[in-house]
Design a protein around this ligand. Structure first.
Ligand SMILES: NC(=O)c1ccc[n+]([C@@H]2O[C@H](COP(=O)([O-])OP(=O)(O)OC[C@H]3O[C@@H](n4cnc5c(N)ncnc54)[C@H](O)[C@@H]3O)[C@@H](O)[C@H]2O)c1
Length: 254
């Protein structure tokens, strides 16, 4: 019960890593609010967890747009009280040629993969500053440290999240608020599966062959680390980037 008494919010909580953070957070004792554009999955997850006796609330929101996100956030605060811990997780992939990429594509993508994490901070910080306490985890990626060819928007956003968390860690530490990033490697979510399906089979085989543990990660293995970092057990962890990638970043390319 690491998160007993906390109100946890999670963006992109209907599936994948976000869903796992919602489930693990509820099991760790938190009241959990989550936001997603996938309404059917969000409602089904909240109904299932509430039926099991947990306290979970789902709000439909595109978290890349501030006004609808704030409106949904305010409803969660009205239900469960001030937010005390948060996981900014919603994100998608973007592979592109830097010449072909358009400004609209750039704005759409960065609004979600980078700007929505600032929105999480902007919404949570006023009450956290008053309480002199809070913990926020941004989900970056192994692409926050290294990357593949043709991934320039994704790598830029994920590097940006690590910088965002480090700076806010420095600024908000005086208020007792911690910011950290968790950077997953290959994690078996719908996002990863759709990427693997879009690539030639040899690409998936090469990705698997590179895994030091001989397998890819499960969303629950990322969620456990996120909720530990959110909890008071990680009370001196601030401005850190935790790579949870089965050791992938420790090996040479060949
Ligand atoms: N799966 C991996 O291997 C992996 C590796 C490193 C980092 N990540 C990061 O982890 C995070 C989650 O990835 P995942 O693999 O679970 O993805 P996923 O696609 O399986 O799930 C993402 C969730 O976010 C929601 N979402 C998308 N756009 C949204 C928006 N505008 N507003 C609100 N919700 C929105 C989706 O509906 C979905 O429920 C992302 O930030 C991703 O970059 C994933």
């Amino acid at each position: 019960m690491r998160l007993k008494g906390e109100h946890l919010i999670v963006t992109g909580g209907s599936m994948g890593i976000g869903e796992a953070v919602v489930i693990d957070g509820a099991q760790e004792g938190a009241k959990v609010s989550f936001f997603d554009i996938d309404v059917a999955r969000g409602k089904a997850l909240a109904d299932r967890l509430n039926g099991e006796g947990f306290q979970v609330h789902f709000e439909e929101a595109d978290v890349s747009k501030f006004d609808p996100f704030k409106a949904a956030f305010d409803k969660c605060v009205a239900k469960f009280g001030p937010v005390t811990v948060a996981c900014s997780n919603a994100g998608r992939n973007s592979y592109a040629d830097p010449v072909e990429y358009t400004e609209d594509e750039w704005h759409d993508f960065f609004s979600l993969d980078l700007k929505s994490s600032w929105y999480v901070a902007k919404l949570c910080l006023p009450e956290m500053r008053k309480a002199k306490k809070g913990s926020i985890v941004l989900i970056s990626s192994i692409h926050g440290r290294m990357t593949f060819p043709n991934y320039f928007p994704y790598a830029a956003a994920k590097h940006g999240l690590i910088g965002l968390a480090k700076n806010l860690a420095v600024d908000e530490g005086k208020h007792g608020i911690r910011f950290n990033t968790v950077s997953p490697g290959f994690t078996l979510t719908p996002l990863l599966k759709s990427w693997l399906d879009s690539e030639p089979p040899s690409r998936a085989e090469a990705a698997m062959a590179a895994q030091p543990l001989g397998r890819m990660g499960e969303p629950s293995e990322i969620a456990k680390v996120v909720n530990f970092v959110l909890s008071s057990e990680a009370s001196f962890m601030n401005g850190a980037d935790l790579m949870v990638d089965g050791g992938l970043h420790s090996r040479f390319a060949s």
